[in-house]
Ligand binder design. Structure first.
Ligand code: PLP
Length: 418
């Protein structure tokens, strides 16, 4: 079979058996190829092309693809016991939970391990309700917390919510980075305020420095829990182990996923303090469970990931490479002030806001043709995101910035001709 036939066959299976609309979207975006292998920052496809991955699986590939230490840890576990009997105590789970408690902010101590970000958020919502005896949540417009019914109720984008109404009751959405709006809505019925420290899918939006500290104060004074969703921002991505460290804020509940599996295994986690865990689970320790959650392979990956982040100084690396990327993109912005509204972000969580959506779409396609993977944010098609592996080199950042500059120049010229 030629590479072309192989690609055609896979795409046609997507069209017939997976999701025809998605297949069209992927082709239109310039990704009409089939991935076959990946290592570090490079993804290789069936046509023989190599791509620099500046999307990083929406925050999954902080360590890059197929990190050897994580692969080795998973392989070792695979050979002895891939899944738990679910009867005995399990060492990888115990070790990962201990390590998470060591690195987590403040007095966050207990972890429930699950398989994805949305499950972590489901756990957070349930724990907040049962621990406080309250039912309502204050969330943010443009916030993204997942697409299962509970997390979707917290997600602040109508296009994903509307088809599934009625969602879980008791969720109100207020503008992001608006302290007064939170203040207005947190009352004696509020179980928690659910917020991403930096909105990811909402368009890489960083809050004002006093936003999270003020939310902390409001929650403290009204007996609501502060739930920080660090699924995308956590684990070195923003140039801090957790984004909440930028503002010295400690949440009551924190969710993690994406990067925790080291780009090798799916895993999620919800963490909280001893008193909250006690209030939630003391009466019934089986109140919230998952058959595959905390499985030994995922936990082995999580433990190896935390080890690599610390050993290789990935927090500092995200700061250095992030500053380089921000500088480079801002230079491109200065060349195209009519097309590019803003370059923003922290560490290697960077967004470029376009003034025209079509220029953004064409630029993503143009970057793909230049061998660089980028994408826009799910809740904001005006913002192109850069979330490359934190192990990205100086030369690769330059390559990404050059490809971006060329792609924007081309897109602007194409639209001028229309
Ligand atoms: N929370 C945040 C902040 C996210 O960015 C995402 C996914 O993008 C989720 C939750 C949901 O994670 P998952 O897709 O693993 O369910």
């Amino acid at each position: 079979m030629t590479p072309e036939d192989r690609i055609e066959e896979v795409i046609s299976k997507y069209q017939r058996y997976v999701n025809p609309g998605l297949a069209s979207l992927m082709k239109f975006g310039g990704f009409g190829d089939v991935e076959v292998s990946a290592s570090g920052c490079i993804v290789r496809t069936a046509s023989g092309s190599e791509y620099l991955d500046c999307l990083g699986g929406y925050g999954v590939f902080t360590l890059g693809h197929s990190h050897p230490d994580v692969v080795q840890a998973v392989r070792r576990q695979l050979e002895v016991m891939p899944l738990s009997s679910r009867t005995f105590f399990q060492e990888p789970l115990a070790n990962l939970a201990e390590k998470l408690a060591q690195v987590a902010p403040g007095d966050l101590q207990y972890s429930f391990l699950c398989n994805s970000g949305t499950e972590a958020v489901e756990g957070a919502l349930k724990i907040a309700r049962v621990a406080t005896g309250r039912t309502r949540f204050v969330c943010t417009v443009g916030g993204f917390h997942g697409k299962s019914m509970g997390s979707l109720s917290a997600t602040g984008r109508e296009v994903f919510r509307k088809p599934f109404d009625p969602l879980v009751p008791g969720f109100v959405h207020v503008p992001f980075d608006d302290v007064a709006a939170v203040e207005e809505h947190v009352d004696a019925e509020t179980a928690g305020v659910v917020v991403e420290p930096i909105q990811g899918e909402g368009g890489i939006r960083c809050p004002h420095p006093d936003y999270l500290p003020r939310l902390r104060e409001i929650c403290n004074s009204r007996g609501a829990l502060l739930i920080l969703d660090e699924v995308q921002t956590g684990l070195a991505r923003t140039g801090a182990m957790f984004a909440c460290y930028h503002w010295n804020v400690v949440p009551d509940i924190m969710t993690l996923a994406k990067a925790l599996g080291g780009g090798v295994m799916p895993i999620g986690a919800v963490m909280s303090t001893a008193p909250i865990w006690q209030a939630a689970f003391d009466e019934n320790p089986l109140l919230h469970t998952s058959t595959f959650g905390g499985n030994p392979l995922a936990c082995a990956a999580g433990l190896a990931t935390l080890h690599v982040i610390e050993r290789d100084g990935l927090v500092e690396r995200a700061q250095t490479r992030g500053n380089q990327l921000l500088d480079g993109l801002r230079q491109v912005q200065a060349r195209f002030p009519d097309a590019l509204a803003e370059v923003r972000g922290m560490g290697l969580m960077v967004g470029v806001e376009f003034k025209i959506k079509d220029v953004a779409e064409l630029s993503i396609n143009g970057m793909a043709r230049r061998g660089v993977i980028a994408a826009y944010t799910l809740n904001n098609p005006y913002v192109m995101r850069f979330e490359p592996p934190v192990i990205i080199t100086e030369e690769q950042v330059n390559q990404a910035v050059n490809a971006f500059g060329e792609a924007v120049e081309e897109a602007v010229a194409m639209l001028a001709d229309v």
